[in-house]
Design a protein around this ligand. Structure first.
Ligand SMILES: [Mg+2]
Ligand SMILES: [Zn+2]
Length: 241
């Protein structure tokens, strides 16, 4: 049976937030105050829609935006980890579940040469129109109270596993690699034998610590905090051998 590796994208595969990195493509490299102030809690994707429209209105060409996005730094060790995964596809399936968008993730993975590692990407769908304006839509409605309105990563993971099970693909274990508050919901879904891999010093690790201090049985998965993708690479190598 295979191992399923699930990645978050922002601050996990890449060492920044792709949605804020794109602002570097504007002539001023910043957003006007009225736009920044238009953000309403929980409605990030709608806000990003306004940001992308604004970027289009500044006559920023998609090619320029792409070049800027391709310069986003990868987190230490992540290229090595993804390269290892691409070389071990017979043992490892790999998906990304992210609140970024399909175009940013595609550009970054393509430029890095590690796209072959990734079997599927679940994220907000983006497109570029005839004017060169980019737009983004919400990924999926759901009924989880814990998560942002456009995406519950637990639901995405559950749907993916059900789809795979129908095709008779079952996983020996799941490794979930993430950093953020919206990675907490899917990690709670993990079972014994699975591994939660929170980035050290980031929100997910803190949320997990708090959950365990309040209830030592809160989580079934083993927890392995990491600083570099190389630590995950070593763990994964040992697991599939
Ligand atoms: Mg993240
Ligand atoms: Zn949720």
């Amino acid at each position: 049976m295979k191992t399923l590796v699930v990645f978050d994208f922002d601050h996990t595969i890449v060492d920044d937030n792709s949605d804020t990195w794109v602002i570097r493509s504007t002539p001023e490299q910043t957003l006007p105050d009225w736009l920044k102030k238009s953000y309403q809690k929980g409605l990030w994707t709608e806000y990003m829609g306004r940001v992308l429209t604004y970027i289009g209105e500044q006559s920023v060409q998609p090619e320029h935006m792409r070049a800027v996005m391709e310069s986003i730094p990868f987190t230490d060790g992540m290229i090595e980890l993804l390269t290892f995964i691409s070389e071990n596809k017979k043992d490892i399936d790999c998906i990304i579940i992210s609140d970024s968008n399909s175009i940013f993730i595609d550009w970054v993975l393509h430029a890095s040469g590690v796209k072959a590692a990734v079997d599927d990407v679940f994220t907000n769908p983006a497109s570029i129109d005839a004017r060169g304006y980019m737009s983004v839509r919400c990924f999926q409605a759901h009924d989880c109270q814990q998560c942002p309105v456009n995406m519950c990563k637990r639901r995405v993971l559950r749907d993916f596993r059900e789809k795979q099970a129908k095709a008779d693909v079952h996983y020996e274990r799941i490794c979930y690699i993430g950093d953020g508050g919206n990675d907490f919901c899917p990690v709670r879904e993990l079972k014994e034998g699975d591994i939660a891999m929170p980035r050290k010093g980031f929100t997910l690790e803190k949320r997990l610590r708090k959950a365990i201090s309040e209830d030592s049985d809160a989580l079934h998965a083993k927890i392995m905090p990491w600083t570099s993708g190389n630590e995950i690479l070593r763990e994964l190598t040992a697991l599939i051998e």
